[in-house]
Write a protein that binds this ligand. Sequence first.
Ligand code: BG6
Length: 516
Amino acid sequence: MDKTTSASSPVVTASHATIAIFGASGDLTARKLVPALYDLWHEGYLSDDAPIVGVARRDKSDEEFRGEMFEAIRGHVRAGNVDEATWAKFARRLYYRQLDIAAIDTYDSLRQAFEEIEGGNQTTRRVVYMATSPDLFLPAVEGLSKGRLIPGRDSDSTLRVVFEKPFGTDLASAQELSSYLRRFLREEQIYRIDHYLGKETVQNILLFRFGNEIFEPLFNRHHVDHVQITVAESQGMERGRGGYYDKSGALRDVLQNHVLQLLCLVGMEPPALFDARDLHDEKLKVLKALSPGAKGPVSEWAVSGQYSAGLVDGKHASSYLEEERIPPDSRTETFVAMKVMIDNWRWAGVPFYLRTGKRLPHRVSEIAIQFKLPPLNLFTTVECDGNMCDLVGARPNRLVFRIQPSESIKLSFSTKRPGMQYQIQPVTMDFNYDNTFQQSLPEAYERLLLDVLRGDSTLFLRTDELEAAWQFVTPLLNEWEQLKIVPEPYRAGSWGPRAADDLLRREGRDWRQPQV
Ligand code: BG6
């Protein structure tokens, strides 16, 4: 931490490091990373003189880069309107350096550029953010090594390298990538991002569970009937994403990482301490205990879907196969639903139903924990005006973490409807971020970037954790591939294919249909 350099807020110390963004011409840099850095600076978390160096192949001057970023970040920063004077204060530490990231012998020039920008400090703190396609991860790390940009264990200088997903496409490729990286970087220098872990509401799950007395004792097989985790998106293949997405699909793109991370947070044991190692250890145990929700064929526990044309938000949406950069015979799934179990003492026998997809009715992510229905027989003896009382309205208790939008935690329970009769009415206790805190929530990337600067890897993925997630998902990917499974079509704007509904219905349950 360095001296105070707050732009506008009461933060006492602000982080200082040289932040190099590899892949600075990309969408992520303009829409997420630079806005997040701006907001961090605006709130005083980033020192005034921490250089931010955009690195990409195209030739560009610092001024051009600053101009592009000014245009790009408008509308993406929490700080509201960015006026030119404030921007100028921020932008004077934005630099751009041209580099062919794959040209591993040219990184000396990058080191010299850093040294020149940093003004010859002996001890350096540097962060390299790999906002590039994953095929550049290896050359970049080798280039950093060749360019003598990776400080040794005994050095006072630090280098942390942040990797965006996808980190591997299956277990073998993730292992290969990790073992290659380990030739150059130590585990504590590697930061694998899953931006869901940076979301305010996701971080709140552990505090809610382990910071309150009344809920945690209920989080187990004695009280929970089942859990549903939904990460739904209404968007399709906008902004040319089809090229990447078609090679990935919903299972790799969102379920393997974001959804399994949510499952870990709901399912894990309390860590001894809230620190990186203990937290990763507990999440790893959950992932290791994961098993398919049925013993039979894959189709009994996992469903894939692909959207056909339909209406989303009242507008026509074309089918996946008609989207830009998608081959007309693509078998890539844009939806996946599955039933999984956590085979341990806490959760044995409790189904976890997971689903994610594109072109669903809304962008909504939530975790719904449905408790068992209590024995209500005692009420059936009560007569109401000569008739048996209406107990049909009885619903099991449900706890819903709404991760986005309208972030909230809701608990539903039964009450007696006022009147002379015994009638049950489900009602809800509601904690809503907007009403309670009246402030905009930090963006996931703000929190995660700050954690990298502080050297806190709690909200990042450790190698073994990542591999355990791939270990669970890879057999399913292989089986779909071997059986040449064609995803079941679903109408854009619907909640997915019929087989996903059947997955729950045959067990006497239904998916929730979250409204926004
Ligand atoms: C990304 C996926 O990791 O998460 C995207 O690659 C997806 O396909 C996105 O749209 C969803 O994130 P969020 O924060 O919008 O829910």
